[in-house]
Ligand binder design. Structure first.
Ligand code: PLP
Length: 399
């Protein structure tokens, strides 16, 4: 195919040796800090009993950090199991060489998907007798046992067997010869918000429901079956929520899901979001900035144009509400955040130039900006902020 030459007279053949590798730090990128992840896992594990396992939840590409990198460092820190949401996420981890048990937290319900899960040595979450039967048939077909976890619903009304019916159904499931029940679990709905000292809090009620169920099926004595309930918030509430394993996402990435400050918790953010200054300019007083002209300068203003926008995953409704850091100083973002760029008021600085790097999330010197702040400002939760970052942002691994 003939490439249409837009640069008149340029002989492309002559420039075959043009550099084609783009520096991942050319415009905007996410730094993934492996050592922070490892130390967070180690720190969180130190709060667990000796025999309690740590499942690193690496769904949604490791909350946007790169699931492969997260898994590697989480395992170094002592995670012994991994949790993903989808079949594809599980297969990707298996093919990158992960040997640890992997639980698929989402629901698989077709025979085809369950066979793929089985063949890739991934454990599905089972929420019904029907799914259980399919797994048993697959095991029979291959002359093996299909490992899986059963889920019970204690208050999410999402996945899981209905508590009331489970006791009876479990008797039947126990007779299936071609499955291995590796775990029984449930999921908390409000552990990050509830007032847990109140025994009527929904989290305490969920725990009670779960414990009653376990008593009825007499499963606690069987150590092959891992019992688990806690997410990050549940894990941090109290040891009563730990059982045989905890499933930890947010806090492993460096953020406390509980509103209460905990001095005994030392977590380091594993994600830094950075972008380069692509241009600088000085505008007079009374000049409008960006789409809609919502920001008008109140004085002569120096602006930096930062190469990152909402197409990279920075929520547009944060326009004018965030700061960025450069050399231990905060600078306000001004005007509407655009698809690929945003403007920053750098009046008074003399060390910011074209090509300078600014920090949107993470820290520089004493200054720290967390996804928790972004979440508060954009009326969402830090989980959503983290998994909104697009693939356009290269993930750069640093130690
Ligand atoms: C995502 C998820 C977790 C992890 O939740 P965090 O609050 O991020 O710790 C645990 N269990 C299940 C079932 C999940 O879907």
């Amino acid at each position: 195919m003939q490439i249409q030459q837009t640069n008149q007279g340029l002989n492309f053949d002559k420039y075959q040796t043009f550099e084609t590798e783009i520096d991942p730090k050319q415009r905007a990128w996410i730094e993934v800090r492996g050592k922070a992840l490892e130390s967070n896992v180690r720190h969180l594990r130190s709060k667990l009993g000796k025999s309690c396992e740590f499942m690193a939840v690496v769904k949604a590409d490791g909350y946007g950090h790169d699931a492969k990198v997260v898994s590697e460092y989480a395992i170094k820190g002592g995670a012994s199991q991994l949790g993903v949401a989808t079949l594809k996420e599980g297969i990707k981890l298996r093919s990158s060489g992960v040997k640890e048990p992997i639980l698929i937290l989402g629901n698989l319900y077709t025979k085809k998907d369950l066979i793929i899960s089985f063949k890739n040595n991934l454990m599905p979450t089972i929420s019904s007798l029907r799914e259980c039967l399919i797994c048993n048939n697959i095991g029979k077909q291959y002359g093996l046992k299909f490992s899986l976890h059963l889920k019970v619903d204690t208050g999410m009304s999402r996945l899981g067997f209905e508590c009331k019916k489970f006791v009876q159904q479990f008797e039947k499931i126990k007779s299936f010869e071609n499955i291995t029940i590796n775990g029984i679990y449930s999921h908390l709905s409000s552990a990050d918000k509830d007032n847990l000292l109140d025994p009527k809090s929904s989290t305490q009620i969920q725990k009670l429901k779960f414990e009653e169920l376990l008593k009825q099926i007499k499963v606690n004595s069987n150590h092959h079956i891992k019992i688990h309930l806690a997410n990050s918030a549940g894990m941090l509430i109290s040891k009563d929520f730990h059982f045989h394993m905890v499933r930890v996402g947010l806090s492993m990435y460096g953020y406390n899901p509980l509103a209460k400050v905990d001095k005994n918790l030392s977590l380091k953010p594993a994600l830094f979001l950075k972008a380069k200054v692509a241009f600088t300019r000085i505008i007079d007083k009374g000049v409008s900035v960006s789409y809609g002209g919502k920001f008008v300068s109140s004085r002569k203003t120096k602006l930096a144009v930062l190469s990152i926008g909402y197409a990279d995953g920075v929520p547009r409704n944060l326009s004018g509400k965030i700061n960025v850091i450069h050399n231990d100083r905060l600078y306000p973002q001004v005007g509407s955040i655009t698809m690929d760029q945003m403007m920053v008021d750098i009046t008074g600085s003399n060390d910011i130039k074209i090509g300078s790097t600014m920090v949107l999330l993470g820290s520089d010197g004493d200054k720290v900006i967390s996804p928790i702040e972004w979440a508060r400002e954009s009326n969402t939760i830090p989980w959503e902020i983290l998994c909104s970052f697009k693939n356009r942002l290269p993930r750069v691994q640093v130690d």
